[in-house]
Design a protein. Structure first.
Ligand SMILES: CC(=O)N[C@H]1[C@@H](O[C@@H]2[C@H](O)[C@H](O)[C@@H](O)[C@H](O)[C@H]2O)O[C@H](CO)[C@@H](O)[C@@H]1O
Ligand SMILES: [Zn+2]
Length: 292
C-alpha cells in the first residue's frame, strides 16, 4: 500500500511553520502528502505594507491573498495534495481567543463539529491516510482555530475508524522542552530576541517533556525548502521574524527537525534516550522500521 499521510492545519502558514520539513521529507520519498487547511487566515496581520488594505477591516481580501501564499509555500515543499476544509472560504479565521472575530457567523471556532468533521471524513475516505498529523488539544499554543482543527481531526478520525478507514497512527505537533530551552539560549545574544523576557521555558504555552515526545523527524535535508516556504507566507512572517534567526544562525537542527507526540496507534522502534521514532510510518505494515 502506498504511504499516505494527512496534515490538518488551521491557517495558511501553519503547515510550513510546524510541519514543513516533515511534509517535504515524505513528499520527497514519494508518499501521498495531503494538507487540509481549515481557514483562509482572513484575520491575520499584514507585514507587507503595500498589502495593508487587504486587511479584514478594509478590503477583507487577505484570505484570498494567503491562498496564493499557501500555493507558493507548498510548491517549495514538493508535491502536496492541498485541500481547504469544506472548500475555500467555508470556515473563516476566528481571530485570537476572545476577539470579536470569534463571533463571526462563519468563524471556524463556532463551526458545528460533526458537519466540519464530515468534510474531513470525505477527504480521508479518498486518500486513506495511514498517518494523520494535527495539534494537541490546546492547538499547540491555544489559538481557537488550532483547538478546533484538533477537535475536527480527532472526531473525523473516529468516524473514519467506525467506517473502516481510520488512520493507524495520529500524531500531534510538539516542541520538546530540551529543544525549546536550547533555542531560547541560542537566541539570548540575538539583538531581536523575541524571548528576552522569558525566564523559564515553562512560561511558554507549549513545550513537552522529552520523555513524552514519540517521534523526531529529521528533515534537515529540506531546511532550505522550509525556509523558502516560510518566506512565501510574507504577510504573516516578516523578514525580521525570529524564525529566520533560528533558521539562519543556529544550524539546521532547529528548523529542519520536527517533533511529535503519538496520540493514537502503536509506537514503532526508535532512537536515542527516549526511543524517538525517526519515521511516522514506523511499525506499520509498509513502514520501514526505524534504523537503530
Ligand atoms: C501561526 C499562527 O497560527 N498565526 C495565526 C495567528 O497570528 C497571530 C495574530 O496575528 C496575533 O495578532 C499576532 O500578535 C501574532 O504574532 C500572530 O502569530 O492568528 C491570526 C488571526 O487568527 C491568524 O490569521 C494567523 O494565521
Ligand atoms: Zn495558525
Amino acid at each position: 500500500m502506498a504511504r499516505s499521510i494527512l496534515f490538518v492545519h488551521a491557517h495558511p502558514d501553519d503547515e510550513s511553520i510546524g510541519t514543513g520539513a516533515t511534509m517535504a521529507h515524505y513528499a520527497a520519498q514519494g508518499a501521498h502528502v495531503t494538507l487540509v487547511t481549515c481557514t483562509l487566515g482572513e484575520e491575520g496581520e499584514i507585514h507587507v505594507p503595500e498589502l495593508a488594505q487587504l486587511e479584514a477591516a478594509q478590503a477583507d481580501q487577505l484570505g484570498g491573498y494567503r491562498l496564493t501564499e499557501l500555493r507558493s509555500a507548498l510548491a517549495a515543499l514538493g508535491t502536496i495534495d492541498a485541500r481547504m476544509l469544506g472548500g475555500a472560504g467555508r470556515y473563516r479565521d476566528s481571530g485570537m481567543m476572545g476577539t470579536l472575530a470569534n463571533e463571526h457567523p462563519r468563524a471556524f471556532w463556532g463551526a458545528d463539529l460533526e458537519e466540519a468533521s464530515m468534510h474531513l471524513v470525505e477527504i480521508m475516505d479518498e486518500v486513506r491516510p495511514q498517518v494523520v498529523v494535527t495539534y494537541d488539544a490546546n492547538g499547540f499554543y491555544g489559538h481557537p482555530d488550532h483547538i478546533q482543527a484538533h477537535r475536527v481531526a480527532m472526531r473525523a478520525s473516529e468516524i473514519a475508524a467506525e467506517r473502516g478507514f481510520g488512520p493507524s497512527k495520529i500524531y500531534w505537533t510538539a516542541m520538546p522542552l530540551s529543544v525549546l530551552k536550547a533555542g531560547v539560549e541560542a537566541l539570548a545574544d540575538s539583538t531581536d530576541n523575541p524571548f528576552a523576557a522569558v525566564t523559564d521555558v515553562a512560561d511558554f504555552p507549549f513545550g513537552t517533556p522529552d520523555e513524552e515526545v514519540a517521534a523526531c523527524i529529521d528533515g534537515s535535508d529540506h531546511h532550505d525548502a522550509k525556509v523558502a516556504a516560510l518566506k512565501a507566507h510574507a504577510t504573516q512572517i516578516p523578514e525580521t521574524s525570529w524564525l529566520y534567526s533560528i533558521a539562519g544562525n543556529f544550524g539546521q537542527e532547529f528548523m529542519g527537525v520536527e517533533h511529535y507526540t503519538l496520540a493514537h496507534g502503536v509506537r514503532g522502534r526508535g532512537d536515542g534516550p527516549y526511543g524517538w521514532e525517526t519515521d511516522l510510518f514506523s511499525g506499520l505494515p509498509d513502514g520501514s522500521p526505524a534504523a537503530r
